[in-house]
Design a protein around this ligand. Structure first.
Ligand code: ADP
Ligand code: ZN
Ligand code: MG
Length: 636
């Protein structure tokens, strides 16, 4: 019963996905070499099978009526035999008896001295008549379906084991795991919303296109640019655009692909990459997720990771090893600049750092324009309105949003994307798939109270974002949701706004407590509490909004670690203080408006969704009869 209480918290969400995305390593590809390994095995195993089969009993040789070797000897000695044709290959003899047309077949022994002797003694005619050797063919034809079947199974097994142990099978020193695109086909026109980063990189295009301009007057061309920003903001896209604009090949590799389980592989990959790049200069090398190799050396568990350090050292060596005018520029991307080894940023390496941040409203509008170019969008759709509704969305989110909207449109058999599809797509991108509503039950009632609690407390607190809608239709993991329209790109947030947000987040649990009692509260508030804690902690440790004063007390500030230890309990008690105050406030709002809460819950259970305007109108209507009245709370 998680719920997502405000769109503005999206920024937080995205930040947690950073690490998830980071972990999402690209699946190892099967190289040609490993395929060959597979086929090699395959061929030997099928040959082996063939041999087994061939050595086995052969099928399909009809036996005529039995005529034995000893019978033959008797018949020869009795003078009944006129002709014996021996087939040494099949080890049979065709025996023609006196007065009979049809010869009869007799199986022979390996060596038949007595037969030859008695044949000679009885003057029987002997012919050697080897049969043509087509039996192997026949056998093969008969066995073919079985061989194919076994082959099929063997392939299936090899495929499976190859994909399971992909890493181990792919291991090979000489193989490089980078991609090369001769033409990226991407231009600066495809990148929007990150104008400053774009401007900085426009210069890099000139470095690649006309290096003489700079070298002529003795300027050294920078070798490395580090793009810093959260996932999905367009770092890869930007690097491709630089290569596209300069018309040079684009070499790319991900930092996580450098690092393998065998020491030395990463370093040799770096060597390969730079060797290939030099052959293709001028060109651009893009190293994604450079933090995977570029972490500070000599720190971490067990005194660091040999393999990673070797790779990093190799990378530094390569970057130092070529002059700026060789026409190679390295662009690296990361979302964790804090963990990078300082050596990477020295002059002559990644000395230029470019921030690629979340786009602002105008930026989002620009990105939406780029991605709606190839889609049919209804005229009534205002990209500006979408941009306004989507703070915290990255370029990737926005492109995904339009794609989801296009899918909805196609499914509804409409001509062009309308605002209805856009709205549904936003809900989907933010909160996940829509589920089926619960049937009326105690738990549905509890969820309704929880959501109305959020909506009401949120509305009553001055400085809180307005309710956009309250719904009992489940989405993703949430069983019910209250959405708030985020403030227009809230840059700076006041203390009161933060407190209002915390109270609003606690409104759900507060309603559960007031209506059902402390013992009946549910796990549904888990997600709310997580956000509350994080907000309150930031107020204390980052924003200087507590009695501890204006100190930056962030946990990851390692140098202050000892001091931090002493102060940790104080931080915790300050966080508690904030949360408790807001909790009380939220409970009071619910208690004072109990009658209204009950009515709103009835309506919500009946209608399943209440839109923001409707919600506010209902509050107005209830104002008269409900005697506690509505007073906007000024602050906590
Ligand atoms: P990153 O490398 O920063 O994680 P990507 O460059 O891979 O992000 O972005 C993924 C996709 O999202 C791009 O291919 C593009 O379609 C879209 N996108 C991201 N940022 C932008 C932007 N600034 N302008 C246009 N499209 C963008
Ligand atoms: Zn909640
Ligand atoms: Mg990327």
């Amino acid at each position: 019963m998680k719920d997502i209480c405000s769109l503005t918290s999206r920024q937080n969400q995205t930040q947690t996905t950073i690490q998830e995305k980071q972990r999402e390593l690209t699946r190892p590809q099967h190289s040609r070499q490993s395929r060959f390994m597979g086929w090699g095995k395959l061929i030997t195993s099928t040959l082996f099978l063939q041999l087994l089969l061939m050595a086995g009993p052969s099928w399909g040789q009809e036996k005529e009526e039995k005529y034995s070797y000893s019978q033959l000897l008797n018949d020869i000695n009795a003078g009944k035999v006129t002709l014996v044709e021996i087939d040494p290959r099949l080890q049979t003899a065709q025996v023609t008896l006196k007065g009979q047309e049809e010869p009869r077949e007799v199986p022979l022994l390996q060596q038949n001295p007595e037969l030859i002797n008695s044949l000679k003694a009885n003057n029987v005619q002997i012919d050697y008549n080897p049969s043509p050797d087509n039996s192997a063919m026949v056998r093969l034809m008969l066995q073919l379906p079985i061989v194919l079947f076994i082959l099929f199974i063997v392939i299936a097994i090899i495929r499976r084991s190859a994909s399971m142990s992909g890493q181990a099978m792919n291991f090979s020193k000489s193989r490089a795991r980078f991609q090369m695109e001769a033409k990226t086909g991407i231009s600066f026109g495809d990148v929007a919303g990150i104008d400053e980063a774009k401007e900085e990189l426009e210069e890099v295009v000139t470095f690649l296109k006309e290096p003489e301009k700079f070298t002529a007057i003795g300027a050294k061309i920078p070798k490395g640019v580090l793009l810093i920003g959260p996932p999905g903001t367009g770092k890869t896209l930007l690097a491709k655009a630089v290569a596209g604009e300069a018309g040079v090949p684009f070499f790319s590799i991900s930092g996580s692909e450098f690092v393998e389980m065998f020491v030395g592989v990463g370093a040799s990959r770096v060597r390969d990459l730079f060797k290939k790049a030099k052959e293709n200069a001028p060109c651009l090398i893009f190293i994604d997720e450079i933090d995977a190799v570029g972490r500070q050396r000599g720190v971490g568990y067990g005194g660091g990771n040999d393999e990673r350090e070797q790779t990093l050292n190799q990378l530094l060596t390569e970057m130092d090893g070529f002059e700026g005018n060789t026409g190679i520029i390295v662009i690296a991307a990361t979302n964790r600049p804090d963990v990078l080894d300082r050596a990477l940023m020295r002059p002559g390496r990644f000395d230029r750092q470019v921030m690629v941040d979340y786009p602002d409203m105008k930026g989002r509008q620009g990105i939406l324009e780029v991605h709606s170019r190839d889609k049919k969008v209804d005229e009534e759709v205002s990209l500006e309105a979408i941009a306004r509704r989507t703070p915290g969305f990255t370029g990737a989110d926005l492109s995904n949003l339009l794609n989801e909207a296009a899918i909805f449109t196609a499914r509804r058999r409409k001509e062009a994307i309308t605002m209805a599809e856009i709205n549904d797509a936003i809900d989907r991108v933010v909160a996940g798939m829509e589920g089926t509503p619960l049937v009326d039950s105690k738990s549905k009632r509890l969820i309704a109270y929880h959501e109305i609690g959020h909506a009401l407390v949120g509305t009553m607190m001055a400085g809180h974002d307005p309710v956009e809608k309250v719904t009992l239709i489940p989405r993703g993991q949430a069983k019910g949701l209250t959405w708030f329209t985020p403030d227009e790109d809230a840059g700076l947030i006041t203390r009161n706004q933060l407190l209002a947000r915390i109270a609003g987040l606690l409104g759900g649990r507060a309603a559960e407590e007031v209506i059902f009692g402390e013992d009946e509260v549910t796990t549904g508030a888990g997600n709310d509490i997580e956000k509350v804690t994080s907000l309150a902690r930031q107020m204390v440790t980052r924003f200087g909004m507590s009695e501890l004063g204006l100190l930056a007390l962030e946990e990851d500030n390692q140098e202050n670690y000892a001091a931090f230890d002493e102060i940790a309990t104080q931080i915790d008690s300050q966080i508690n203080l904030i949360v408790e105050k807001c909790h009380e406030k939220a409970q009071n709002i619910i208690r004072e408006n109990r009658a209204m809460v009950d009515r709103l819950v009835e309506i919500l259970i009946d209608k399943e969704t209440i839109e923001g305007d409707e919600f506010r109108q209902l509050l107005e209507e209830f104002k008269e009869p409900v005697d506690s009245g509505i007073e906007l709370c000024k602050s906590v």
